[in-house]
Design a binder for this molecule. Structure first.
Ligand code: ADP
Length: 238
């Protein structure tokens, strides 16, 4: 009972802290964006660069806080999908283009393979985008040479499958069981090479399940990984 109580307190602490951190951060972001927009002409190059860095780091911090809030909400079954009809193929094309510069910075090829010109789905567009961004940015982050390939198809009527494949560092069999757990990373030492909180895959898995789908992974150390998300085209509220 003591363990349950301390777990509950920890959850509450995380939720309250994330919420409290978000409020001043939103103000910092709002004011620095305003500063940039209104006084842009009066600043010199150095000043513009400094404000851009405030905005960039603020956005990064906000993203981390949102992830922590998402994890607590998903665990408490408080995430509700905002269902709408849209074309999943256009969404994937957009997300891949948004992330292309990340791949280019590392000289990686980012390929997109489309099997049907459009796949109309009923789903939460923002949440599906979140799943895609998590998987594709991980694939880019954990790959040093080669390519990242995103595939979208409808393998049979009413089904949507999205695969994100990379030629990166890969994941060992023992670690494959751990990576979907919250705060889990393969290299958890402070000297680790890649930044991140270890929440992306936990959120991705919980969202996929909330959508009535599944996520699976195949990987070989030193060869690369392939994450596959399988979803129904018509998602309904659980
Ligand atoms: P983060 O990326 O913030 O560390 P994630 O939950 O997204 O957290 O991933 C958890 C861990 O799974 C990562 O730290 C990494 O060790 C491993 N991982 C995820 N995606 C890949 C990938 N494409 N290739 C190799 N390892 C990966």
């Amino acid at each position: 009972l003591e363990l349950i109580e301390s777990d509950r307190l920890k959850e509450q602490f995380i939720a309250t802290m994330s919420h409290e951190l978000r409020t001043p951060l939103t103000a910092i972001l709002g004011f620095s964006t305003l500063l940039m927009r209104q006084f842009h002409q009066r600043f010199d190059e150095q000043q513009v660069m400094l404000i851009e860095r405030v905005i960039e780091n603020g956005r990064h911090l906000l993203h981390l806080i949102e992830d922590i809030l998402d994890v607590t909400r998903l665990r408490a079954n408080q995430v509700e999908l905002q269902l709408e009809t849209f074309d999943a193929v256009s969404l994937v094309i957009h997300v891949v283009e948004e992330l292309r510069s990340l791949a280019e910075k590392k000289n990686l090829e980012l390929n997109l393979q489309i099997f049907q010109p459009s796949i109309i789905v009923m789903n939460d567009q923002t949440r599906l985008r979140q799943i895609l961004v998590n998987l594709i940015s991980n694939a880019i982050k954990f790959t040093e040479t080669g390519n990242v390939t995103v595939q979208i198809r409808s393998p049979q009527r009413g089904q949507l499958a999205i695969a994100v494949q990379d030629t990166g560092i890969g994941i060992s069999e023992t670690d494959l069981n751990l990576i979907f757990q919250e705060f889990r990373q393969v290299n958890q030492t402070l000297a680790r090479q890649h930044s991140g909180t270890g929440l992306g895959l936990a959120i991705t898995k919980a969202l996929t399940q909330l959508m009535g789908g599944e996520i699976s992974v195949q990987s070989q150390v030193g060869q690369g990984s392939c994450f596959l998300v399988e979803l129904p085209c018509q998602v309904s509220h659980p």
